[in-house]
Design a protein around this ligand. Sequence first.
Ligand code: C2E
Ligand code: MG
Ligand code: MG
Length: 311
Amino acid sequence: MQPKANLEPNLSSIKHSAVNENNHQKISKFELNSIDGMDSDQVIFSSFSELELDLIYAIHRNEFELYYQPKVDTKESMIIGAEALIRWNHPKLGLLSPNDFIPLAEKIGFINNIGKWVKKTACAQNKAWQDANLPAIPVSINLSASRFMETDLVSSTRETLEQTKLEAQYLEIEITETSIMKNEEIVFYQLDELKKLGIKIALDDFGTGYSSLSHLHHFNGKIDILKIDRSFIKDLSITKQEDANFIVHMILQLSNHLKMDVIAEGVETMEQLKVLQNYNCNTVQGFLYSKPLPAKQFAEILNKQRIEPIR
Ligand code: C2E
Ligand code: MG
Ligand code: MG
């Protein structure tokens, strides 16, 4: 079963950005009227490119899909969580990865609609797995920086948990360091409120932000999990003391001191895994165990609970 959130497009933010952007294709009053929730009396003078228009209709046309990638405890070879990663089944262009359309969605002001869809779908899916007696694990979703500027972030998250009947401990939120830097005060306030609901917060792509290590103590009490970026993991070596070895080791020691959990992202080889285990990092995510999978396939591996590296 693959529950999908049924969110009607809310074009108010898009209308706003449309007026401010110089796009290429006129969006007619007729087209706008065909989208639920549009104010039919409003004339839009601006326009969208074809792909932008497709994006606006994608939720309605059921074209988005969440893939799930396991997070693995390497000591026990157990699946202990998953990350939900969005894909767009574009009718003409095929399967698009988030890097192909998330920046576009951010540009046209549609990212929050997508964010709400992702949250609802991931929560409903996780509850469905639990109801099917699969092992209960937290599922994380990625949150864009702009979502933190929305006043309804906390209330809509609370509502989603209530509607889907998922306990808050089974939802995690991943944010990037750069999102925090953009508006630290508001983001920290929102994170505190989300944590009060019982949701865990992970800092994604850690190490790629401009002030990472010196800023880490700033996140004390706000961030539960650090995800070490793949760019460091890929350079780990078992024979040589590469810079990456030193940095990863230091991140692990610091996070241990600050009582944050750590996940190594993008683990692809046994060598990387061994180095991480030598540094006592036992939670990993990466192609070595599994690529992100459609919900049905992920349910099959979750059902087994144990997962071995693909050698
Ligand atoms: P991310 O959150 O850092 O997600 C991890 C990315 O690394 C995913 O790419 C995943 O497929 C990829 N990955 C995992 N293990 C490996 C590995 O071993 N090797 C390599 N080469 N790659 C690996 P994906 O799914 O293309 O997502 C890219 C980015 O798009 C994500 O990076 C995240 O920032 C963003 N994204 C994904 N889903 C969403 C979403 O629902 N909302 C928002 N706002 N952003 C999303
Ligand atoms: Mg992520
Ligand atoms: Mg990441």
